[in-house]
Design a protein around this ligand. Structure first.
Ligand code: 2HG
Ligand code: ZN
Length: 470
C-alpha cells in the first residue's frame, strides 16, 4: 500500500523521512508524541479520495492534520506507528470569492489569516479570529468547530460554514459546497462533519460566510474589580450599542502578569494593577459614526459610577493591535510558564462571574499550592480555567498525577452547573477519558452510533473524540 501511495502522490505528497515527519508527530504543547507509517500531503480532493480508498481496503487508520495547533492532541497519531498522517497543508487554494453570495470557497489547508486578507480584498471579512490565526487552517477550524474571540457576535464555525466538500470514510466524495441558505433534505452532513475532529471523514473544502468589512473599530482595555462588574458592563454596552460588540475578553491580574513576564515587547496598558482586565472591541460599518467616541463616552460614565476602575481606548490601529496582542499571546505565555492542568469549559454566561470566584477558591483550597489562571471569552461563557502546579512541584509529573484529580474536580464543578468540559478546543485524545466518565449513556450512545454508521471500519482518526471506539 505504501508503495502505491508513493507512486500516486509523488515526492511532494509522500514522505517517510524521520526529519520531515518529526514536527507533525507531536502536539503544539509537546505533551503527546506519536508515530506514523508515512506523512501524506495530497494536492487535491482526488488524491484524498485515492488515499482513503486504499486505507479502507487495507484497514489502515488515517489521522488528518491542518495547522497542528490542537489544544487536545486531536491531530497527533498514536504511538504504534501504523497510521497514515494526512496533512491538508498543500490544499491551500481559495477557489472563489463571491461578494454577491457573501461566500468564500476555501480549501482545507487555507490559513485563517490568508482567508482574512482575501476577504478584505473584496470588501468583506470572515468574522472568526483567534490567537493561532497565522497557523490554524480552515479544515482544522471546521473539524474542531473553532470559536475564538468573536463568537459573541458571529457564533462559532458552525454558524459560518454554509457548505462543505469532504471525503467520507468509504472513500466517497460528498459534494455539498453549494452555499444554500435553506436546505431541508434531512440529516445535515455538513453539521455532522463540523466538530467531528476528522472521525467521520476528511473535510477538503468549505463555503464560508462573509460579512461586510469593518468601517472603523474601537478597542478598549478596562480595569475593574471583578467578573460581576464585567458582566454588568457587558450588558450595559450591548444595550447602548446594539450588536456592535464583537469581543469581550477577560483576564485576571495573574494572567496579565504572566503575559508581561514571558512575551517580549509587551507592557501593561493601565497605570495601576486591577484584579480583572477586559478587552473590548466594538465595530461600525463603513460610513457609520466612529465607534471610538461612543465607547469612550460609555466607559467614562461607567467609571463615574464606579462600575470600572480605569480604561484606555486605543487612539490608533497600532495601539489597538498592541492591546489585542496582550490577549492573543496568552496561550504562548502559558506554554512558556510550563505544564498546567488545562480546562476549556463553558457555563451559562449568567453564572460565569460566580463560577470564576467559587471555582478558583475551591480548587486552590482543595489542591494546596496550585494556582488558577482562568481567562477567556467571558462574553460567550467560555473560560480557559487552567491550573498551574505548586511552584516547587515537578510540573510534568504533577499534571500526570494530581493534575488528573484537578481535571475531575473542575469538570464535576462545571457539570453540576450545567456546563461543558469542552467549549471550543474539542475532545481529541486529552479529554477522552473525562468525556467517557462524565458524558452519560445517552450522549455516549449517540456518539458511537453516528461514528459506526459513517465509519464502520473505524479508520478515521481512531482514539479521538468517541470514547470506547478505536
Ligand atoms: C485562547 O483563547 C485559546 O487563547 C487558548 O483558546 C486557551 O491555552 C488556552 O487555554
Ligand atoms: Zn479560547
Amino acid at each position: 500500500m505504501l508503495a502505491t501511495l508513493e507512486r500516486r502522490l509523488g515526492p511532494k505528497g509522500f514522505t517517510r523521512d524521520a526529519h520531515e515527519m518529526a514536527p507533525w508527530l507531536s502536539d503544539w504543547r509537546g505533551r503527546v508524541h506519536g508515530q506514523a507509517a508515512a506523512l501524506l500531503s495530497p494536492a487535491n480532493t482526488d488524491e484524498v479520495q485515492a488515499i482513503v480508498q486504499l486505507a479502507a481496503e487495507n484497514r489502515v487508520a488515517i489521522v488528518p492534520q491542518g495547522g497542528n495547533s490542537s489544544m487536545v492532541a486531536g491531530a497527533t497519531p498514536s504511538a504504534d506507528g501504523h497510521s497514515l498522517l494526512l496533512s491538508l497543508r498543500r490544499m491551500n487554494a481559495i477557489r472563489s470569492l463571491s461578494p454577491e453570495d457573501d461566500v468564500a470557497v476555501a480549501e482545507a489547508g487555507v490559513i485563517l489569516s490568508d482567508l482574512h486578507d482575501a476577504a478584505a480584498g473584496i470588501g468583506r471579512r470572515f468574522p472568526l479570529s483567534l490567537g493561532a490565526k497565522g497557523s490554524a487552517r480552515i479544515g482544522g477550524l471546521i473539524s474542531t468547530n473553532a470559536g475564538g474571540t468573536q463568537v459573541l457576535r458571529f457564533g462559532t464555525m458552525r454558524s459560518l460554514v454554509v457548505g462543505i466538500e469532504a471525503v467520507l470514510p468509504s472513500g466517497e466524495r460528498f459534494d455539498g459546497l453549494s452555499a444554500l441558505r435553506k436546505d431541508n433534505r434531512g440529516y445535515d452532513l455538513r453539521q455532522l462533519l463540523i466538530g467531528a475532529e476528522g472521525t467521520l471523514g476528511i473535510v477538503t473544502a468549505a463555503s464560508l460566510r462573509l460579512v461586510p468589512a469593518v468601517g472603523a473599530r474601537a478597542v478598549a482595555w478596562v480595569g475593574l474589580a471583578g467578573p460581576h462588574q464585567a458582566l454588568t458592563l457587558l450588558r450595559r454596552l450591548e444595550a447602548a450599542t446594539g450588536d456592535a460588540i464583537e469581543s469581550f475578553e477577560a483576564m485576571p491580574a495573574n494572567v496579565l502578569a504572566m503575559v508581561l513576564r514571558h512575551i517580549p515587547g509587551t507592557r501593561a496598558p493601565l497605570g495601576g494593577t486591577h484584579a480583572w482586565n477586559i478587552l473590548i472591541e466594538t465595530t461600525a460599518p463603513v460610513g457609520a459614526p466612529d465607534p471610538v467616541e461612543q465607547l469612550t463616552g460609555l466607559l467614562a460614565s461607567a467609571a463615574e459610577e464606579g462600575l470600572i476602575e480605569d480604561a484606555t481606548v486605543a487612539a490608533n490601529e497600532a495601539q489597538a493591535e498592541a492591546l489585542w496582542k496582550l490577549r492573543e499571546v496568552i496561550a504562548e505565555a502559558e506554554r512558556a510558564e510550563g505544564p498546567a492542568a488545562k480546562h476549556d469549559i463553558s457555563v451559562p454566561v449568567s453564572i460565569v462571574p460566580d463560577f470564576l470566584i467559587e471555582a478558583r477558591a475551591a480548587v486552590e483550597s482543595r489542591f494546596a499550592g496550585s494556582r488558577v489562571v482562568g481567562f477567556g471569552h467571558l462574553g460567550d461563557g467560555n473560560i480557559h480555567f487552567n491550573v498551574l502546579p505548586p511552584p516547587d512541584a515537578d510540573g510534568k509529573a504533577w499534571v500526570e498525577g494530581e493534575g488528573k484529580a484537578v481535571n475531575a474536580f473542575v469538570h464535576d464543578f462545571v457539570g453540576a452547573r450545567g456546563g461543558s468540559l469542552s467549549a471550543e478546543h474539542g475532545i481529541g485524545q486529552l479529554k477522552l477519558a473525562e468525556l467517557a466518565r462524565t458524558a452519560g449513556p445517552v450522549r455516549l450512545h449517540v456518539l458511537r452510533a453516528i461514528k459506526h454508521a459513517l465509519d464502520p471500519l473505524g479508520i478515521m482518526n481512531p482514539g479521538k473524540l468517541v470514547p470506547g471506539v478505536d
